[in-house]
Design a protein around this ligand. Structure first.
Ligand SMILES: [Zn+2]
Length: 349
């Protein structure tokens, strides 16, 4: 034995001990790493198992899994999700996620699953999936943006703001999102007195011009006289629908009758009588209706629709964030002349 092992005083003995220690540390790290990965896989499986899916909708689990199925099935799931068949899309995503071992290979599928739950209205499930992804990949920008939208929808503005911190650290321009969240926080805070709330909404409106439309609409809800006194006449064309759809009880005739633009709008609406001296104000639909009234046609109304300057999608109702791409300050107001109807059930309030 003495001939096999070097003596204690031999420098070779120290080298042998160090080599053995390195081997032990490497083996322990390997097994610990494997154990941790296995545990995370089990946790993810357990978490996904808590999501109940009606398998009768799409019995995909009988399909033998092969790696070559990942790409075509992902496309099929995406197509289902786009067409609003969310349950089918979710079944496929869950099938793929459960069969793929490596996180980096299934991260985008988890992301798609989270987005599909979001579109289907399951905000809490969507939140759980996004949080699972962030545990593994905290710098996933798309997931952080999606999580911010979820928290905004859930009125959890503090948590929404927290998602902006890593995005800002990564160099993303999140200023508009932050300001928008600050206004949302203010509007939902029931501990702030009305006078203070009004004062701060006006401050927002003046400091952040992109929030003008939202802020003036909120002011009309809180106190219409304060809203009338804070109208920006240079921005009237982006709030024609708000003014047009105001209930008669919210109109301030002192202000309306003292301003040619407002007078023209409410003459076109039929609230004020048409006068031959009424000038054109440069808003096409208003000038057209007033010209028609001067010619004796009074049965005219305005119809409003809305589109998004980013995704170009159209919507029948107004929005602060685009319902499709969630852009802020992207609303385009489209006004069309239509025949007057006795009743319209739509209001912005
Ligand atoms: Zn959009």
């Amino acid at each position: 034995m003495d001939k096999i092992l070097p003596s204690y005083s031999d420098p070779l003995f120290s080298i042998l001990i160090i080599t053995i220690l390195i081997l032990i540390v490497a083996l322990v790290s390997y097994f610990l790493g494997n154990y941790k990965e296995e545990r995370e896989k089990k946790n993810l499986k357990k978490f996904l198992g808590t999501i109940n899916i009606d398998n009768s909708i799409l019995d995909i689990n009988k399909l033998p899994f092969e790696t070559s199925l990942i790409s075509p099935l992902s496309m099929v799931a995406k197509s289902f999700a786009t067409n609003g068949e969310y349950q089918k899309a979710i079944s496929i995503y869950l099938y793929l996620i459960n069969h793929i071992q490596q996180f980096f290979q299934k991260e985008y599928l988890l992301q798609e699953l989270g987005e599909t739950y979001f579109k289907a209205g399951f905000l809490k499930r969507s939140e759980s999936i996004f949080l699972e992804i962030l545990k593994k990949h905290p710098r996933n920008r798309e997931v952080l943006y999606s999580l911010e939208i979820i928290y905004e929808r859930l009125n959890e503005y503090k948590r929404a703001k927290e998602t902006l911190i890593p995005l800002e650290i990564m160099g993303e321009n999140i200023e508009k999102l932050r300001v928008n969240l600050e206004l949302s926080t203010l509007l939902k805070d029931s501990t702030i007195y009305k006078d203070e709330r009004v004062k701060r909404v006006i401050e927002f409106m003046k400091k952040e011009p992109f929030l003008y439309r939202r802020a003036i609409r909120e002011l009309f809800k809180i106190d219409s006289n304060i809203a009338w006194n804070n109208l920006d006449m240079d921005k009237i064309d982006i709030i024609i629908d708000i003014l047009w759809l105001l209930p008669s009880s919210n109109l301030n005739f002192d202000i309306i009758s003292s301003n040619e633009i407002l007078k023209s709008i409410y003459t076109a609406k039929g609230i004020l009588h048409i006068e031959d001296s009424l000038p054109n104000i440069g808003i096409f639909v208003i000038d057209t209706i007033n010209s028609a009234q001067k010619g004796g046609s009074f049965n005219i109304d305005l119809n409003f629709s809305y589109s998004c300057s980013r995704c170009r999608d159209s919507f029948p109702i107004s929005f602060d964030r685009c319902p499709r791409c969630y852009a802020i300050n992207s609303i385009i107001l489209n006004s069309t002349i239509t025949e007057k109807r006795a009743y319209r059930g739509y209001s912005l309030f």
